[in-house]
Design a protein. Structure first.
Lengths: 136, 135
């Protein structure tokens, strides 16, 4: 079984501020799926999207309360095309209200840096060079 | 800015049971990055889910793992037909998941959902954008 696309749905307090944050990181918005209750960020056209839903709206899709930001249910790791892109994205995130929760890690074949976004969702940004993956 | 891949990382209690669950639903395992602490499920070439033992997951975040009484994320995955959607949800339910709500048919999008054996919520969809109503 193979899927054709993924939408990662996350709750947010302020849709407009969330839109500004992700736009500043350099991502485009799918306006067709965005309104005052939700914003759809295009991470990879036709394949990978992040949907940020206003908490009240998100809540209509689950029978459990929304996490209050004091726990972590998910860590989202996204791959970009170079170490420079990794650091640039994290730097821009920190300049725009994101926060740092871990130090960059260089594993040779994989470089990783991370930020916590405006809403406390944690993103691991990585550049992986599979050709350098050590043989087992 | 574009990403080339995504790994959705989620905490689980039991790696072996999680591996069996996702295998039974029909997905393949990326054995290269699977061990006793984590299992990597291949959703497609660019989209993978890493299920980590709670203890291991915890080492990557300064906040505690939730106890399953809240929701921070819901993951929606797209398949190629209504039949595949129902097949995946039925297989999930047959293997210990529960159906979260009744399937919804919006014409251009058909949606079914399950909550997996670790309490993570999955919306399974078939979307046909050509049927999207004009605004």
């Amino acid at each position: 079984m193979k899927i054709n696309q993924i939408y990662v749905n996350l709750p947010v307090k302020d849709v407009q501020k969330t839109r500004e944050f992700w736009t500043k990181l350099g991502f485009s918005i799918n306006e067709q799926f965005s309104d005052e209750k939700a914003i759809c960020v295009i991470m990879k056209e036709d394949h990978i999207y992040a949907m940020f839903l206003k908490e009240e709206f998100f809540h209509t899709f689950t029978d459990r309360p929304i996490a209050k930001g004091d726990t972590t249910q998910t860590l989202l790791a996204i791959g970009v095309n170079s170490r420079e892109e990794v650091d640039e994205m994290v730097k821009t995130a920190l300049e725009n209200g994101g926060s740092k929760y871990s130090e960059p890690q260089d594993h040779g074949w994989m470089y990783q840096n991370a930020f916590s976004d405006l809403n406390g969702h944690q993103w691991e940004v990585m550049f992986a060079d599979m050709s350098k993956l050590p043989a087992e | 800015m574009k990403v080339n891949q995504i790994y959705v990382n989620l905490p689980v209690k039991d790696i072996q049971k999680t591996k069996e669950f996702w295998t039974n639903i029909g997905f393949s395992i990326n054995e290269q990055i699977t061990d006793e602490k984590a299992v990597c499920v291949i959703l497609n070439d660019n989209i993978q889910v890493m299920f980590l033992t709670e203890e291991f997951f915890q080492t990557f975040s300064e906040r505690p793992v939730p106890k399953g009484d809240t929701t921070q994320v819901l993951v929606a995955i797209g398949l190629d037909s209504r039949e595949e959607v129902d097949q995946v949800v039925n297989a999930a339910v047959a293997n210990g998941a529960y159906q979260h709500e009744e399937p919804q048919d919006h014409g251009w999008i058909y949606q079914n959902s399950f909550w997996d054996i670790n309490g993570h919520g999955w919306n399974v969809i078939f979307a046909d954008p050509s049927q999207l109503p004009a605004e």
